[in-house]
Design a protein around this ligand. Structure first.
Ligand code: WQD
Length: 355
């Protein structure tokens, strides 16, 4: 194959495209007419998601999707992808993401997340592709001094190696734009991504005991776990529980496409928050999910979890003004779609019959 390209819209390499946010973004890209090459080593994702993507977008759009099973740190594999496809831009999701695990495996987290990014940008440079959109996190704001968080809020100390990898990769990518003015970098700082595709065909499928609130609540709702453990009810918030800016994964996905469209013809480094601007407490989430699944979900109050901040939520003005993007889904929508996915796939992708 020589420099394959089917679509005039452009060809996007999506690393980690089989994961939770990646897969939803791939659907959006295909629906918008992009060609998509997914590179994923399936270390924390299921290949079955590719069949679900095909079902959602339909046969014609699915023809514009190519899957390459490879680790982004595998330079030879990446070289082959760039030789075979005329990649216009990269959306880089691939990375380890379990906060707690990162504390016990710092070498693995730093080496995987930072190492794969360095291989990626090296290969990109060699092939003259210098546009990259990076999956960053609000975790780079650390414990905020003031809310809401704007992109100008200071980056502060992270409480775990996972967070530091996001923090450092941002700086690595920013350095590229200083060294070489042809680089075009967008850093998207996600707040708390939840929800699922409204079809119920795709959603979050964590391995083992979920670390994050929503998948845990969803597993309680479906009977896989007994009760939600609420980590602290003595925070300085209206009901004492932690407050976060939860954002529907469909909104996040559309935010990537808006950012990609905005990047065309630009250079430099720009940062955008992707959130809703609204804070929601743990108890409010449990209530909203109970309403979505039609049953009061049991919970128990536990001590605070180490490293948690009291509250954070985004100021979303910059993305609204510059990208013309804003979140459309509310908490009730997020819980409805998350429940739809979890109730149709109680064990995630594991039980599906596709090849
Ligand atoms: C949300 C709230 C908890 C679980 C983390 C990462 C971040 C990003 C998203 C991931 C907090 C409370 C949680 C539970 C609870 N990256 N909680 N019981 O900590 O805001 O963000 O995930 O890839 O970088 O730091 O999200 O969902 O873990 O917690 O009470 O079983 O729910 O204390 O207030 P967090 P979360």
């Amino acid at each position: 194959m020589d420099n394959q390209k089917l679509s005039p819209k452009g060809c996007i390499l999506v690393t980690g495209g089989c994961g939770f946010i990646g897969s939803h973004t791939v659907v959006y890209l295909l629906n918008e007419g992009y060609d998509v090459v997914v590179v994923d080593d399936l270390s924390n994702a299921s290949e079955k998601v590719l069949d679900r993507i095909d079902t959602i977008v339909g046969d014609d759009a699915a023809e514009r999707l190519t899957f390459v099973r490879a680790d982004v740190a595998d330079k030879d594999a990446l070289e082959t992808v760039f030789d075979e496809f005329d990649i216009d831009a990269v959306i880089h999701f691939a990375g380890f993401k379990a906060v707690g695990e990162s504390v016990t495996k710092p070498i693995e987290y730093y080496s995987n997340n930072i190492g794969n990014t360095l291989v990626l940008v090296d290969v990109m440079r060699d092939h003259g592709c210098k546009s990259i959109l990076f999956s960053s996190s609000a975790t780079v704001y650390g414990d905020p001094d003031a809310l809401p968080l704007t992109e100008a809020s200071p980056k502060k100390a992270c409480t775990n190696p996972y967070g530091w990898t996001k923090w450092m990769i941002e700086e690595i990518l920013r350095s590229l734009t200083i060294a070489d003015p042809e680089w075009n970098v967008v850093l998207l700082r996600y707040f708390n991504p939840i929800g699922a595709h409204p079809s119920g065909l795709m959603g979050e499928d964590p391995k083992g005991i979920p670390n994050n609130l929503l998948p845990y609540v969803a597993q309680v709702a479906v009977g896989r776990r007994d009760a939600v453990h609420v980590f602290g009810n003595d925070y300085d918030t209206p009901d004492g529980t932690g407050v976060r800016d939860y954002i529907h994964v469909m909104d996040l996905a559309s935010g990537h496409v808006a950012a990609l469209d905005w990047m065309v013809g630009r250079t430099g480094c720009e940062v955008f928050n992707l959130g809703t601007g609204k804070g929601t407490s743990v108890l409010e989430i449990i209530r909203a999910f109970s309403a979505a699944c039609g049953r009061e979900l049991p919970y128990v109050i536990e001590p605070r979890r180490a490293g948690d901040v009291t509250a954070n939520y985004a100021d979303c003005a910059k993305a609204r003004e510059m990208l013309g993007w804003e979140a459309k889904y509310d908490i009730a929508d997020m819980c409805r779609d998350s429940w739809n996915w979890q109730s149709k796939n109680p064990n995630g992708y594991a039980d599906s019959n596709e090849a």
